[in-house]
Design a protein. Sequence first.
Length: 333
Amino acid sequence: MLRLSPPGFLRFVQAQQFDIFYGGGEANVAVSLAQFGVESWFVTRLPRHEIGEAAVNALRRYGVNTDAIIRGGDRIGIYFLETGASQRASKVLYDRTGSSIATLQPGEVDWETVFEGGKWFHWTGITPALGKGPREALREAARTARRMGLTVSADLNYRKKLWSEREAQEVMVPLMEHVNLCIANEEDAEKSLGLKPRGTDIEQARIDEAGYAELALAMKHRFGFAAVAITLRESFSASRNGWSAMLLDEKECSTPYRSTRYEIEIIDRVGGGDAFAAALIAASLTENDSRKALEFAVAASCLKQTIPGDFNHVSTAEVQSLMAGGGSGRVQR
């Protein structure tokens, strides 16, 4: 997608110009994976004109393989972001109708060729929210990936401006049979799967850890996931959040792992969940330790939320430094 943002903390009505970024759920994950040294491919449909080419170049710049991108359609999806501060929330406006990816049709992507030699397929709940064509193409992809032995992860990523709760559940619940690792927050689980944690009020920055543990167990048992990751955000204001996560996997059948908790002075929270997903995937591919993988994912996503734009421009070494206690923010000379 093309992201247009008023500079700094200006409101939409004040803007005389916009800052340009490229991004989007799965694209953000692909870029982060490439930064961590994982060979990553991005599959989408983009127009042949110069803006479409600029989007492709944005991915190539960070080492993402773009060979599987289909070219077609007339426009790239756009979203406008107004960055909030203190008690004023950030706002997103979508301009996605008729975009190239929204008009993708089943059968356009040769998934067997795309997945040949691959290990992992990641998708988000934003893709099926774009329309019947994308959701059918995604269903083809998920089925093919599982049949070919790839690990499949899904970040539920519910977006109320794209579809209703009822429509989301009708589509997302059947797709869960093809998923190994499910990533969610409390709103995603409730809106997309109909499961709600008890005792939690994110608007009051209150998290009931036992309630989230019960939610992770319910998700795992109902859908047969190999693992469930839940991100935990405490929103004190648009500028200050608490950030942590928990992970329930096959090694720990009753009690999820809870990560270190970070307090973040937010610069740009967009892409924070994608950074978490990417780091969790990267660590899962190289680590045989779920606790370490979770800590790596939370630290990586913490750093992302201090960086403008959708992409997470951090290295493995920087994430490991934060995990080791290097979060003072002192100048590195």
